[in-house]
Design a protein around this ligand. Structure first.
Ligand code: GCU
Length: 682
């Protein structure tokens, strides 16, 4: 049943546009494959599969160029000098993972060349080329020169060794540890292929709340097997390192990073791993955060911890991705300020192979957060972005929310740290402060569900994450367009409305969950559904009431000068804007300010009425998503149509649940009637 779903964006449906099909067939009269590596074989197979499915004839494969209209694939070193000449200086414009797709003329015969410095670049070029066909683009006069703008484009799997997935809503973990290393599930290969097709080049296999067992030989043997599967697809394996591992599996009495035995234990562990996996990527570490062990347990700091691990992997070219997701129950004044307060002073103190991984916002993957104040504030330290692809706070895999819209909003935020134009994207791609080590991580939404991600549209979030990791300046609407064409159909009657539906889906979830800057009012623990009333958790900053601070005077968290002064963590230009309710964007108003129920919004509504209308708008938007979806029935296969239809029904029901629960709860404080236009809860 789920066969279409399983194929993700690599459907390779038949090209139905007759003119295009004949253009493609004319220009693609066989493949000349010049490489011999495993990766080259994958490139060839992918081209054969793609062309066979889209054009319905099996392309002939030639070892050398004959005749005309061939598609030539091979890395630089495999090209004849004549072809190299045709490429000219384009090789200088790409990095080790970039590619070139070019219409060339050899002895007056036209061909299409896909080349790169390395075989993996060629593979990326092949996927890009197939995407041209999948999205019905012309392939005449091609001249595409592309290279990824970040080095580490990585999924973070929060997968436990018992195959449960923390915040995973698409079944169990893909990694079948019990059957590894000898049993290689076809899904590992399909997973690698899907990732390579969007340029993802790394995967952290294990949960940030780490289990030290993964570092034992029994497990490393299994990790090695996965690394062997992923390698030809250009994907490096990384692991999470539990800071207390030297005690738990090493028999030491301490995990103090300044202890020589501890440092040596990690050095030996790294050597052991690299012996098995020579291209092992390195470690991702969550330390002294939410109860995880870390250097502070021994009176040391994050720099001591990260640098000790960095020394262990440095001889092998490994990196340490050290997370900045820290907050403590001992300083409950404002959780949003803690990561900056703790990490900013460490700027410049980390070793060269450490990159600090920062969540997109200062709290925790909310439907909307202002960009994290650390971006741009640590110019001497490489920072990488951590987005969440799994929808922990956005309706799990039940609600349709197109996340690249959220990612784009963050990436194009201006930090002003080096004046106007200091975009978060420039921090991430290293251009703002000239960093060579760069990266973007996405907390994976993948599980062993037949459709990988639980919701068919959640596949777009995996896809879009990969595309934005490759190029953080891409437009989310373009990505949605591509994804829809590759996944469903090129029919404009389908594309246009569904693209609009996707594009408004993120704002819809903000409206029916947390409009106007509200945040973290989801029910406790699981974070599904509303829970603004929750106030009894042991740690104050886990309670929703801590975040909305509703009382009879109004609602919102005062993070301005008159409150916690979190605004001062931003560059002065940004601080000024956020600090004043009149200039603070209304979408962030209650994030930064506690305002009265009668506060006048820009549209003239009082805060109470405006907020209620936003909740209603969210519900209406979901209704509209349903209407749009229902009209697409002729263009979608029955299974996927039905699945999305059922999911949208749930989403609609739950958007009303959110609206009613939040408005009834907040109404106790506002003491006001619901405005006209807002449906009364029943
Ligand atoms: C959130 C999430 C946890 C996760 C943590 C993290 O708090 O709820 O499950 O472990 O983020 O990112 O480390």
């Amino acid at each position: 049943i789920a066969q279409k779903d399983y194929k993700l964006w690599l459907q390779y449906d038949k090209t139905t546009n007759a003119a295009l099909a004949s253009e493609y067939k004319n220009q693609l009269q066989g493949i000349v494959s010049l490489g011999n590596s495993e990766t080259s074989k994958i490139s060839l197979k992918e081209l054969e599969t793609g062309l066979f499915n889209m054009l319905e004839n099996k392309p002939e494969v030639f070892p050398e160029i004959k005749g005309e209209n061939k598609i030539i694939v091979g890395s630089k070193s495999s090209l004849t000098s004549e072809i190299q000449k045709a490429v000219g200086s384009d090789f200088d414009k790409i990095n080790e993972e970039g590619f070139i797709i070019k219409s060339i003329s050899l002895k007056n015969k036209k061909h299409i060349l896909i080349t790169a410095k390395n075989d993996i670049g060629v593979l990326y070029g092949v996927y890009n080329f197939l995407r041209l066909l999948q999205t019905n683009k012309s392939i005449q006069n091609l001249n595409i020169i592309e290279a990824p703008k970040t080095n580490i484009r990585i999924l973070n799997h929060w997968d436990n060794l018992d195959r449960t997935v923390e915040r995973g809503y698409a079944g169990f973990s893909l990694w079948n540890w019990q059957k590894l290393p000898d049993f290689i599930d076809q899904r590992y290969i399909d997973y690698a292929r899907a990732n390579a097709s969007v340029g993802i080049n790394g995967t952290v296999l294990t949960n940030v709340n780490a289990n030290a067992l993964i570092l034992t030989p029994q497990y490393l043997e299994k990790v090695e097997a996965l690394a062997n599967v992923f390698r030809p697809y250009g994907i490096k394996v990384y692991l999470t390192a539990r800071f207390s591992a030297p005690i738990e599996i090493g028999g030491l009495k301490t995990a103090d990073p300044k202890d020589v035995d501890v440092a040596n234990w990690w050095k030996n562990k790294a050597a052991e791993i690299y012996k098995r996996i020579p291209d092992f990527g390195g470690f991702l570490v969550k330390a002294n955060s939410e109860g995880q062990p870390g250097p502070q347990n021994y009176g040391r700091d994050h720099v001591d911890g990260a640098n000790m691990l960095a020394d262990a992997v440095a001889p092998f070219g490994g990196v340490i991705m050290w997370r900045a997701f820290v907050y403590s129950e001992h300083d409950v004044n404002d959780r949003a300020k803690q990561a900056y307060a703790e990490f900013q002073p460490y700027d410049g103190k980390f070793k060269d192979n450490v990159i600090v991984q920062v969540k997109n916002g200062a709290i925790d993957f909310q439907p909307r957060e202002p960009f994290h104040p650390l971006f741009g504030a640590m110019p001497k330290t490489p920072l990488m972005m951590e987005f969440q692809i799994t929808q922990e706070y956005l309706g799990f895999s039940t609600h349709l929310v197109y996340l690249p819209k959220l990612y784009q909003e963050v990436l194009e935020s201006d930090t002003y740290q080096k004046g106007k134009g200091s975009l978060v994207a420039k921090v991430v791609d290293g251009t703002l402060d000239q960093h060579k080590l760069t990266g973007i991580a996405g907390v994976s939404n993948i599980g062993n569900d037949l459709n990988w991600t639980g919701h068919p549209f959640a596949q777009a979030n995996w896809y879009g994450f990969g595309r934005l990791a490759w190029d953080p300046y891409l437009d989310s609407e373009t990505i949605a367009d591509e994804w829809l064409r590759c996944t469903f159909s090129n029919n404009e009657n389908f594309i246009k409305p569904i693209k609009e539906m996707m594009m408004q889906s993120r704002e819809a979830v903000v409206n029916y969950m947390t409009p106007l800057g509200l945040h973290h009012i989801m029910d406790t623990g699981h974070h599904y559904g509303p829970g603004p009333w929750v106030s009894n958790l042991s740690r104050p900053e886990w309670n929703p009431v801590y975040y909305h601070k509703a009382d009879k005077n109004g609602i919102g968290f005062d993070r301005s000068k008159t409150g916690t002064n979190a605004t001062a963590q931003y560059a002065s230009e940004v601080e000024k804007i956020f600090d004043n309710p009149a200039t603070c964007p209304e979408k962030d108003l209650l994030w930064f300010h506690h305002v009265s129920w009668d506060y006048k919004l820009k549209n003239g509504q009082t805060l109470w009425n405006g907020m209620a209308l936003k909740y209603q708008e969210g519900v209406d938007q979901v209704k509209e998503m349903q209407n749009i979806w229902n009209r697409t029935k002729p263009y979608v296969d029955a299974e996927r149509f039905k699945e999305v239809e059922m999911l949208l029904n749930i989403q609609y029901k739950e958007s009303k649940w959110w609206r009613d629960a939040c408005l009834l709860y907040f109404q106790q404080f506002s003491g006001k009637e619901l405005p006209k236009g807002v449906e009364k809860p029943n």
